[in-house]
Design a protein around this ligand. Structure first.
Ligand SMILES: Nc1ncnc2c1ncn2[C@@H]1O[C@H](COP(=O)(O)OP(=O)(O)OP(=O)(O)O)[C@@H](O)[C@H]1O
Ligand SMILES: [Mg+2]
Length: 237
């Protein structure tokens, strides 16, 4: 479904990620992991069209996304939960969800809203509350819900568990499993490696903008050298 071929991206002259090649199969969960500054967010933002491509290619459903604006990528079926969530903090939960659906599937906003509230019942009790006054876990639920309003076929989530209580992390990963069961393809960025390995089919480890390891989650768990060198390190942070 998603293919990166020697993808390089960055900011002006600065290169954040160099020659990354990966494929995300339809219906799978792919985890991008690595320490701070490894280039995880830059990769996800380049896929979403918010960071400049410096070389190589990104294809989605066989279509080369070079020059395709971010908004059209959403219309093509990409949903993004950005790092830091970037909610409209002065707007209510309900308004954030409604805005989420503007770009794609606006005509199905009521159905999609009902589906999101079914996935996250906690949001139902807080529809009129300002997004900025939600707890961290509730904000993550809202950010995921807002992205789901566009009926994405590929959902990209940057830092699922960062700063969340274990119970909230459980809720978010439970939803990820349910979305996978519905056939949604998921790309997660995680520093909590063990959580990512529980749900992922494939794993790519980045270090200083370069891919240092790639394989199945089972292979990652079985590779003690890898766990020691990268996975344990990422988890400790
Ligand atoms: N807006 C920006 N302008 C310039 N450089 C940036 C910008 N955002 C990120 N970078 C740089 O790109 C590199 C990769 O950063 P990125 O945010 O992609 O890493 P990350 O793996 O997501 O890290 P973290 O785990 O801290 O979120 C870093 O060296 C960072 O300083
Ligand atoms: Mg990041």
């Amino acid at each position: 479904m998603l293919r990166l071929e020697a993808m390089s991206c960055g900011y002006g002259p600065f290169s954040a990620v160099a020659e990354l090649t990966l494929q995300v199969a339809e219906g799978s969960v792919f985890a991008l992991i690595g320490a701070n500054g490894a280039g995880k967010s830059s990769t996800i933002m380049a896929i979403a069209g918010h960071v400049d491509l410096h070389g190589g290619s990104i294809t989605f459903d066989g279509r080369n996304l070079s020059g395709v604006p971010a908004r059209q990528r959403v219309r093509a079926g990409m949903g993004l939960v950005p790092e830091g969530r970037r909610l409209f903090s002065d707007l209510t939960v309900d308004e954030n969800l409604t805005i989420g659906g503007y770009c794609r599937a606006a005509e199905r906003t009521p159905e999609n809203r009902a589906r999101v509230l079914d996935l996250f019942p906690r949001l139902k009790e807080r529809l009129d509350q300002a997004a900025g006054s939600l707890s961290g876990g509730e904000q993550q639920m809202l950010a995921m819900g807002r992205a789901l309003m566009t009926e994405p076929r590929l959902l990209m989530i940057d830092e699922v568990s960062l700063g969340l209580m274990p119970k909230m992390v459980d809720v978010c990963y439970d939803v990820i499993r349910r979305l996978k069961d519905r056939g949604i393809t998921i790309l997660v960025v995680e520093q909590n490696t063990s959580r990512a390995l529980e749900v992922a089919d494939h794993v790519c480890v980045l270090e200083s903008g370069r891919q240092v390891w790639q394989g199945t989650a089972a292979e990652a768990r079985a590779d003690s050298g890898l766990v020691e060198a990268y996975l344990g390190l990422a988890e400790a942070q």
